[in-house]
Design a protein around this ligand. Structure first.
Ligand code: ADP
Length: 627
């Protein structure tokens, strides 16, 4: 009953409540880390625990053996007799020293290996999360900051365990030493502990301040790395030379660095001054206690062994206390890091993969009054769009830049969810399909599609990673007109793209890289072919050949493509014209030209340009190739 009253009284006190909350949180975080560590390697987790607890206990035993040895030496001084116990004590001290040395080295080894294993495990978890996170997270600077911080701080999980175990070891040592000192003279133990506490508190406070500062500065750090990355990356190298922006970038980098550095320096300077002041106190007490024991030895109330024991114990008490506060502050510091790591892993996707249906073949896609605004923005990018794509007709989306063509494709793939309206595949809402099953049907070429510093073969099979078919790779490369690239590839399909990791790597032109990305798309077994500006970087011949291939390939697939070049539009059975996120016209080329509205206007604009350039060359009879 009294216990309950005391607890109630304590809980009424806000500070105690906060402390309790902190303790509970810390324990939860510790359990989380322990679970991760155990999953990564149970054996190393056990070994680590063992290595943290045993050495402090050996330290206490060593101090006692040294005391007895010194007392024995003082007792037998000049007698000429060597008692057997002398050898036993020497043997004991020697064994402890060897064991301490051994455990020290083994501990270092275990720590390195365990850290490596943990880092791999955590990197995998983070990569998995990053690969499955909603696309909208990548438009979100705050998420990027957190992701970056998690990648940087993931080592902390291994660290927090280490610190927690060091804390437990130090507690053992502290209690043992405290009891011995208390038994000798309580004032020694009390004074030493009391003078060490402020130092511990200051260290804890500054660790938290420094961590909060590093979180505040992570955006600036990210910008700094981004700017540095620009100067190191090949794709910006030409711009830097052409526009002479090296100096500008260095200045930008320096300004951000200076701001970050100045704030950190201020906090670190304060921390150093304050900790120097407070760390002197325990040292002074040690000297005073040493003097007291010395005087007692002269008075004959203490032995030389006592001097060694108590001075050693005081050293150990201080060291245990500092390890305790250091580990505790690190646990606290890492607790914040791990909370961040946990929150990144626990971030929820809006695009839920909760559908159960499978789709083996897409025959029809319907957008039913779809509206969409990119998360975190205000502008409505698609406004009440209703569309139908059928397997039996090739559809082209036409519209000026920013009219919403690519966005429609992203919504079909469920890279984002519409704000309102539905998207149906074969009459069923796409949310009802398993995400993987839905996406499996799509072979998509996006304008910003990257290539990889891997072999030509890998660059193609990435499009359908479950299938390794060399003949099909050759076929896809042929369909996307990559003959010229294969001619240059000295190791055939095994030739690496780019020279970042390989001196014999293939460096290609923008158009050639585009053809490889197209080959990847054509290699994929799919029932829907989506091509977003597939010929933007291609020369007229390659463009003509590729569209000819697409015409053949798309005969038995639902095909959607976007193009600025109305010359390619003739391939389509149906044209959809978008403007400011709305469908403004729909029909065949003939119908839309007859209608003489927006499409006809765009068409005339391009054909007039062409006719002018053609008439300049004296030829007026070819109107097929328009750009
Ligand atoms: P199109 O393919 O017709 O050129 P998009 O569909 O790519 O146009 O873009 C439509 C509009 O959406 C543009 O105004 C563009 O700025 C905007 N937009 C595209 N991607 C994003 C994004 N990730 N976040 C915010 N706005 C975006």
């Amino acid at each position: 009953m009294y216990g309950g009253c005391i607890m109630e009284a304590l809980c009424r006190n806000g500070r105690i409540k906060r402390l309790l909350k902190n303790v509970i949180e810390s324990v939860k975080i510790l359990m989380y880390c322990l679970k991760l560590s155990w999953n990564a390697s149970g054996v190393y987790t056990m070994l680590r625990m063992f290595c943290s607890i045993v050495p402090p206990l050996m330290g206490i035993m060593g101090s006692f053996l040294s005391k007895y040895l010194l007392d024995l030496l003082a007792d037998k001084l000049g007698t000429g007799k060597v008692p057997e116990v002398f050898f036993l004590l020497i043997g004991g001290i020697c064994t402890i020293k060897i064991l301490q040395n051994l455990s020290d080295k083994v501990e270092q080894y275990i720590q390195i290996i365990h850290n490596e294993i943990m880092n791999e495990k955590l990197a995998m978890m983070l990569m998995q999360r990053s690969c499955s996170a909603d696309m909208e997270y990548f438009d979100n600077a705050e998420y990027y900051d957190k992701l970056q911080a998690s990648a940087r701080d993931s080592y902390s999980i291994a660290q927090i365990l280490w610190n927690a175990m060091s804390f437990v070891g130090a507690c053992f040592s502290f209690v043992g030493v405290f009891v011995v000192l208390w038994a000798a003279k309580p004032i020694y133990a009390l004074l030493l502990t009391l003078t060490a506490i402020p130092h511990g508190m200051i260290a804890t406070r500054y660790t938290k301040t420094l961590y909060n500062l590093s979180m505040e500065q992570i955006n600036a750090e990210r910008k700094k790395s981004y700017i540095q990355g620009i100067t190191l990356e090949k794709r910006y190298a030409q711009d830097i030379r052409l526009f002479h922006i090296g100096k500008l970038l260095r200045e930008k980098y320096y300004n951000i660095w200076k701001e970050v550095f100045t704030k950190r320096k201020q906090v670190l300077r304060k921390k150093t001054v304050v900790t120097i002041v407070f760390s002197c106190l325990p040292g002074i007490i040690t000297v005073v206690v040493g003097m007291d024991i010395g005087l007692r030895i002269f008075a004959g109330t203490a032995s030389i062994g006592d001097y060694s024991l108590y001075m050693g114990m005081m050293e150990q008490l201080l060291s245990a206390f500092f390890i305790m506060t250091y580990s505790l502050t690190n646990v606290h510091d890492n607790k914040l890091r791990i909370t961040n790591f946990k929150s990144v892993l626990a971030s929820k996707n809006k695009v839920l993969d909760s559908g159960m249906r499978e789709v083996a073949q897409v025959d029809e896609i319907v957008l039913d009054q779809v509206s969409f605004t990119y998360p975190g923005t205000k502008k409505c990018v698609l406004n009440n769009v209703s569309l139908r794509f059928r397997k039996t007709e090739k559809t082209v989306l036409v519209g000026v830049n920013g009219s919403g063509k690519t966005t429609i494709i992203k919504l079909l793939l469920r890279l984002y969810e519409p704000d309102s309206g539905r998207i149906l595949v074969n009459g069923v809402d796409i949310k009802e399909y398993r995400l993987e099953s839905l996406r499996r049907n799509f072979s998509v070429y996006f304008q910003e599609m990257g290539n990889y510093c891997m072999s030509l073969y890998e660059n193609v099979i990435i499009g359908d990673a479950e299938r390794e078919d060399e003949q099909a790779v050759y076929k896809a490369l042929e369909q996307s007109c990559c003959g010229d690239i294969l001619d240059k590839a000295i190791y055939g399909l095994n030739t690496n793209l780019m020279r970042m990791f390989d001196k014999d790597g293939l460096e290609l032109s923008g158009g050639q890289y585009q053809k490889i990305a197209l080959a990847r798309c054509l290699y994929r077994r799919s029932t829907v072919l989506v091509l977003d500006e597939p010929s933007s970087n291609l020369d007229p011949k390659a463009e003509h050949d590729i569209f000819e291939q697409i015409r053949q390939l798309s005969d038995n697939k639902l095909t959607i493509f976007t193009s600025h070049r109305l010359s390619n539009v003739s391939l389509a059975d149906r044209i959809i014209v978008l403007e400011h996120g709305c469908v403004v016209e729909e029909g065949t080329q003939k119908e839309l030209l007859e209608k003489n509205q927006r499409y006809a206007e765009l068409y005339r604009y391009q054909s007039e340009k062409f006719n002018i350039s053609e008439s300049k060359k004296g030829s007026e009879n070819d109107t097929d190739s328009i750009d």
